[in-house]
Design a protein around this ligand. Sequence first.
Ligand SMILES: [Zn+2]
Ligand SMILES: [Zn+2]
Length: 396
Amino acid sequence: MPTTTNKDYYATLGVKKTASPEEIRKAFRKAARRYHPDVNPGDKKAEEKFKEISEANDILSDEKKRKVYDQLGFYSDQIDPAQAEAYARQQSAGGGGRSQVDFDGFDFSGFGGPGHQASQQTGAGWGSFKDIFSGIFSGAQHPQQPHGPQPGTDLEYQATVDFWTAIRGGQARLMVNRQETCPTCHGQAHTGGVMQCPECNGTGQVTQMGGRMKFNIPCPRCNGTGRASNMCATCHGEGTVTRSESVEFRIKPGTRDGQRIRLQGKGNAGINGGPAGDLFLIVRTGMHPVFTRVGDDIQLTVPVTVAEASLGAKVDVPTIDGRAQLKIPPGTQNGQKLRLRERGVENAQRPEQRGDQIVTIEVVVPHLQDERSREIMRELAKLNNQDPRVALFEKL
Ligand SMILES: [Zn+2]
Ligand SMILES: [Zn+2]
């Protein structure tokens, strides 16, 4: 009979056997981020690894499943947690140690058959074990549907939107790799024909080690029927195929960097009629050579002359709606910030509300080319002989 090997789910997730649910959750998320098929398109090894960690997480993140797994060293839906516990208790209370009761090589399915070797070798202890196990695999006679409808998973993509589209709104496009329902088998994963199950060679049972015992459990691939449907060649039995698709989406005016857009049903297709997942787009807004966007505000640096800064002036500055006049008060300093109210970006949630434009003043010092200008500057210095460094020395 074919044997399936036990999997070390703890090693797969890289956690200790004593790991808390929180530690398991964290380890899974970390590994999932690394091996997710979306991050490794076309990488079969990563896909395999992703399946392994998903399976490990499925068992270890479920308190009941983990309990069964901890007690038996494997997990099967057919095993009742209470009975697994009873088995574990019985095993630890084993009555005198291993020399008397050695489970090695014991084929449970054969127990009780006429003239069976095991019963003669191991003696009276077996009766109680048989009682414990008689109910454990009771599900085997009623194989479940192998796969019911399963919803598709969500997808997350970053979508870069140019500076102006994010501010004014519009349409944008993005190429997305998503799993679609397989066109050959219409998501059924098989083509209708029936063949012998390759996992159990048609016997319907596989052997699995549980602690020091061997268990025969219904084959997980065919649920004990021994027959498997002919796998669809197009999707290799997945029910879905990966396709690149150009997705168009609407950008609201005022969309900010990091904003999430949800496109319902644009995630991966479901299996066996399950609903599709959603597509989440994380918007990355583009840069502009002059304007810097901070939330709904626009920041801008505007150079002014010494005369404009000291005497005051009205200067034209660019805004996202075109030119606007900015009043420079007399005595404006380099680096000072002036505000143009409601000249910023329209708020995506409250369109009647706008941000401001914040102008940082940059005083440009003239390079004096002629003697007359230098004379005037010296004259000016004489008339205004304040020392701007006084405050520095006062604080020493
Ligand atoms: Zn298919
Ligand atoms: Zn099978």
